[in-house]
Write a protein of this length. Structure first.
Lengths: 530, 545
């Protein structure tokens, strides 16, 4: 495809969701009124996000796969000459998979919500916010200017805040407030770091800064910048101990919100590490890598232990909270991979990013479905004394949940395996200048983390999927007395989940498809230059 | 001897002159208009402000000056350079928005129309004169012309104890500051022998060593007067009470135009007149800026949302904090004065920030005025659920608050802060930059909290917080403004629920067109600037002065 077509494709991917969001607030045009205004606007959401998905697939198809390290579909227009800020867009092998993932997950969420709108105020605002969220996320992965990156990074906060606060459940306003405070404080600190780099490096352009590879930044500047930017990104990722907003936000968020939060929003943090921290301030990254790795490993173990605690009988653990904590663990692997500063590790991190988006997105869909059916996601109420017996009552749902759990614990042959394995490989032989014994220790601890992950995931499967199909209601099992009448997977649920399952298997069996894209780009980012 | 007569370039002085002439015309017209037709005065005033604004157009080259000395050195008392034009635009635009806000308040609060418009226009005339003034006498006169009517405006709510108290507080502290400043001016005159800013600048470079202390004291004391106008710490105590006591549009006017007067005067004296004393006023202003923003933000943070007038108080304290940000580049100018264009760059950051602040803050006050029509107590808690009652007003206020906070989608707010920030960094004032960053974070909290309140479910929905705040809100049914004594809000008064249910319907009925216009204008400005920040940020690249 010609450059101009690619250019307009990428620009459209960022802009069309915004236009769609505005259009969602306007009354539907005559031919598209649908059965009711609500239905019309939800359909509008599906249409727009579907168009974006189609555009992003077209972009991926037109992408020159022989040169994934080169920035493609670039647009570079001046915006604020006074500050030297430019509208610079482009994709390479690192950002392309994330773009497609975002478009896919948003489309699936819109589809799911079309059939199953979360309880709350008017769907109009819901669809508009969803599309703004999509635009912000896509922009984060597409922009190549530090200040624009910050703007896009911030743009997702407000829609996510409202999605949680208006359409969520439980302690929704408190959770939404905590979410926005944490991420905002983090990103203000990040802005300081970005400005520092911009002022000292003489430009906000990521490509130019990556080409300089930190040569214009003094060691102190790099340390300060990496610290500041790292804190902002680490809150988003989230890295232990800055993760405490995540479980609350996930527990309160509606299904679509949880899926997008885990599936793509967290990736913005790790993407920032790869795109900005590693190439722009390599000295700073090297100085902080061991600490990042240490925190990441603590996060892995902490997340797994928290999940184990939640999964125990009688702990009153919430399934959504459990999966949120498991995200902390999985993102720990991603951060560990990045901290190794090796191509292997970073590739693993990027792979684990995508895998986590697919698998955890699927898990949140499934848990949302379970919650809808049982009216609760409290593990004890669900499972009662023996188990929720999902295999018996809703075999397909049970099977899918077991699939998601198994994929999440990193079964070879599924997507979850490769990323974590590569991250561990990276830690086995970290970049020059990093302490190998330290990283070997980290690797060993992280490996224990994978065992713990397997343990709690299997506990969850046992308690939710297995159990006897007893006719009498178990004590405190929450639902209506005819417990056996649990509807199995609906058509719309199949439609929303099948792509995720298929891609999980595909990525597990054919990792080269993804690694072939990311590897050249990662090599180049680590070497310096773009 | 004819050389003593200075030539007058009437076109150059048109903006303040037109404003002053229209002010007099309004005063005279007030005598002849019957009571029923006083509304025409407001439109006359608005017309005058628009005309004055249009008279800036022929001056855009920025190369005119008048009232120049006819003998000796070249020095002019009035210069319409780019700096003066931008500030005049800000002042006249701010006054115009204030006028749009006021038209309804005058009838609602039963203010005397003729007096109000005369005072507003006089003050605006003074404020428009000040940025163009280039000698200390003109500066002082302009400052007083801008301030004296403001005292009366604050106290214009007859029979209102709060209003008179506010006016008195404002008057006394302001007069003290003026006296101190006059003392400083006389010291400077004694040390340099001139009142013209450029000549003072020259004279200060070779002051008689015996007069050195005098000159330094003069410089410091002169700054005090302007620091008062910008409401910098420690001259900020009058702000919250004055804003609460004054009619809301007047508070808006003071927060924008009053501040513009203060900081443009400050820029003129520091950068133009006292550049060689940068080591005296630079650190002083830097410390002042840090204290001001911290004091303002901490006080704003401590406002309880269910206190009466907490919304206006919050805006008042936030305006104190914003004054702190405005001072940062001026302080930086002291450190960058040696490099070519460094000071102009720094001053431009202040101007860019002020333009952003003017549009956004007036917008916030406009929405506050809108809400005040239905809930006179104007507590932050009254804004709960505004998004359900008036979605557009809520969106506008949210946008304004986010601009003030400097968060996307308030992009212009963010970039204005970035320019101020970079001015501090360029000047090597790293510590000030850090203080500012901390303050921006503090401010985020209360701006966001208020924004979040706008979108909370209206009272009546199951509120998890269980705060008593929202309950008394319901006790102000529509159409009975002022029926509830603002000072007596026993918390937890059982609300007449039936009244709540019917309340929103009549509320929809009438929003005055002028108020809508004011909010719309401010919102359009803010959005346009967010899309193309270069419009104001180009001033930061040092094309002024």
């Amino acid at each position: 495809m010609s450059h101009a077509v690619m250019q307009s494709l990428l620009a459209a991917i960022v802009v069309v969701p915004l236009l769609g969001a505005v259009a969602a607030l306007l009354p539907a045009p005559p031919g598209l009124k649908g059965k009711s205004p609500d239905q019309a606007v939800l359909r509008h959401g599906v249409t727009v996000s579907g168009v974006i998905l189609a555009l992003s697939i077209a972009l991926a198809a037109g992408f020159d796969h022989d040169h994934p390290a080169r920035m493609q579909a670039t647009t570079d227009v001046g915006w604020i000459p006074a500050l030297g800020i430019r509208l610079h867009l482009g994709v390479d092998g690192v950002s392309l998979p994330l773009l497609v993932l975002t478009a896919l997950l948003t489309f699936l969420c819109a589809l799911y919500s079309y059939a199953h709108m979360p309880a709350g105020p008017s769907p109009k605002a819901f669809v508009a916010l969803l599309l703004v969220l999509e635009s912000g996320t896509l922009a984060t992965f597409a922009v190549l200017d530090l200040v624009l990156f910050f703007l896009a990074f911030e743009m997702v906060l407000i829609p996510m805040y409202f999605l949680i606060a208006r359409w969520g459940g439980g302690q929704k306003e408190r959770a939404a407030w905590k979410f926005i405070l944490y991420t905002l404080l983090g990103s203000v600190v990040m802005l300081l770091g970005l400005l520092l780099i911009g002022v000292k490096g003489g430009t906000f352009d990521m490509v130019a800064l990556a080409t300089d590879n930190g040569s214009k930044l003094s060691h102190t500047t790099q340390l300060l910048a990496v610290l500041a930017i790292g804190v902002g990104l680490a809150v988003k990722a989230p890295m232990w101990p800055l993760h405490s907003w995540l479980p609350d936000a996930h527990t309160a968020a509606p299904t679509a919100g949880s899926v997008l939060l885990a599936g793509v929003l967290l990736k913005m943090g790790t993407y920032g590490f790869v795109r900005i921290v590693l190439p722009v301030a390599p000295d700073g990254a090297r100085a902080f890598a061991p600490y990042l790795a240490a925190f990441a490993v603590v996060g892995i173990v902490y997340g797994s232990l928290a999940c184990l605690a939640l999964a125990r009988t009688g702990a009153g653990g919430d399934l959504k909270r459990l999966i949120a904590y498991s995200s902390v663990g999985h993102m720990g692997f991603v951060l560990l991979g990045i901290a190794t500063l090796t191509p292997t590790g970073v590739n693993g991190a990027l792979f684990a990013n995508i895998a986590h988006g697919l698998i955890t997105g699927l898990l949140f869909f499934l848990v949302g479905a379970v919650k809808d059916r049982y009216g609760t996601s409290d593990l004890d109420q669900l499972a009662g004394q023996g188990g929720a017996a999902l295999y018996g009552r809703a075999p397909r749902l049970g099977g899918l949940l077991a699939f998601g759990a198994v994929a999440s614990l990193g079964l070879p042959g599924l997507a979850g395996f490769w990323g974590e394995m590569l991250a561990l490989f990276g830690a086995f032989r970290p970049a020059d200048g990093l302490s190998r014994p330290a990283f070997l220790t980290f690797m060993a601890i992280a490996a224990v983390g994978t065992l713990l992950t397997a343990a709690y995931m299997l506990v969850v499967v046992r308690r939710v999927c297995m159990g006897e199909r007893r006719p009498e209601p178990a004590a405190g099992s929450g639902g209506a007395p005819p417990l056996l009448a649990v509807p199995d997977v609906h058509t719309y649920e199949f439609a929303a989940w099948t792509p995720l399952v298929a891609l999980t298997v595909l990525a597990g069996l054919w990792p080269a498809a993804l690694l072939g894209l990311t590897d050249p780009a990662v090599q180049q980012l680590l070497r310096g230059g773009a | 001897m004819s050389s003593l007569v200075q030539s007058v370039d009437w076109l150059a002085i048109a903006p303040p002159t037109i404003t002053a002439v229209v002010a007099l015309a309004v005063l005279v017209a007030d005598l002849f208009l019957p009571d029923g037709k006083k509304g025409a005065l407001g439109w006359l005033a608005i017309g005058g402000l628009v005309l004055a604004g249009l008279s800036l157009l022929p001056l855009l080259d920025g190369d005119r000056s008048t009232f120049c000395l006819t003998s000796g050195a070249e020095a002019c008392s009035y210069t319409a350079d780019h700096f003066a034009l931008v500030i005049q635009f800000l002042v006249l635009g701010g006054a115009l928005l204030t006028a749009l806000l006021s038209i309804n308040s005058i009838t609602d609060l039963k203010l005397p129309a003729g007096e109000f418009w005369f005072l507003l226009l006089s003050s605006a005339a003074g404020a428009a004169l000040l940025p163009a003034a280039r000698d200390l006498a003109t500066l002082v006169i302009a400052l007083e012309v801008a301030s004296l009517p403001a005292f009366a405006l604050v106290g214009l709510r007859r029979g209102d104890r709060l209003s008179s108290e506010a006016a008195l507080k404002f008057f006394l502290s302001s007069v003290t500051a003026t006296a101190v400043m006059l003392l400083g001016v006389s010291f400077v005159y004694a040390a340099t022998g001139s009142l013209h800013l450029t000549q003072i600048a020259e004279g200060l470079t070779h002051v008689d060593p015996r007069l050195h202390v005098l000159a330094q004291a003069g410089v410091a004391l002169t700054l005090v007067g302007f620091a008062f106008k910008t409401a910098a710490v420690p001259f900020h105590f009058w702000v919250p009470d004055t804003y609460v006591g004054a009619p809301l549009p007047v508070a808006a006017y003071l927060s924008v135009v009053g501040k513009a007067v203060g900081f443009s005067g400050l820029i003129l004296v520091t950068v133009v007149a006292f550049p060689s004393y940068g080591r005296v006023w630079g650190p002083a202003l830097a410390v002042l800026a840090a204290l001001t923003m911290t004091a303002g933000n901490v006080a704003a943070l401590r406002q309880r949302p269910d206190r009466t007038h907490s919304a206006v108080r919050l805006l008042a304290w936030s305006s104190v904090a914003q004054a702190g940000y405005l001072l940062v580049p001026i302080a930086s100018a002291a450190y960058t004065a040696d490099s070519s264009g460094g000071a102009a760059h720094a001053v431009g950051s202040t101007v860019a920030y002020a333009l952003m602040y003017a549009a956004v803050n007036l917008g916030a006050f406009a929405v506050a005025a809108l809400v005040a029509r239905t809930s006179p107590a104007n507590r932050v808690a009254d804004y709960r659920g505004l998004s359900a009652r008036r979605p557009l007003a809520a969106l506008a206020l949210a946008f304004f608050l986010l601009c003030l906070a400097g968060l996307p989608p308030g992009i212009i707010g963010l970039f204005a802060k970035v320019t101020v920030f970079s001015a501090a960094v360029d000047a090597g004032l790293g510590w000030l930059a850090v203080v500012m960053a901390v303050n921006v974070v503090i401010a985020l909290y209360y701006y966001l909290q208020w924004t979040a309140v706008l979108f909370r479910a209206p009272e009546g929905a199951p509120a998890a917080e269980g705060a008593p705040g929202p309950v008394p809100t319901a006790a102000h049914p529509e159409g009975v403004p002022g029926a509830v004594p603002t000072s007596a809000h026993p918390e937890g008064v059982p609300a007449p629920v039936s009244a709540v249910a019917q309340e929103p319907e009549p509320a929809k009925a009438k929003i005055p067109a002028t108020l809508t216009a004011a909010i719309g204008l401010a919102a359009v400005l803010g959005i346009a600037l967010s899309g193309a920040p270069q419009l104001v940020l180009r001033f930061a690249s040092g094309v002024l002065l």
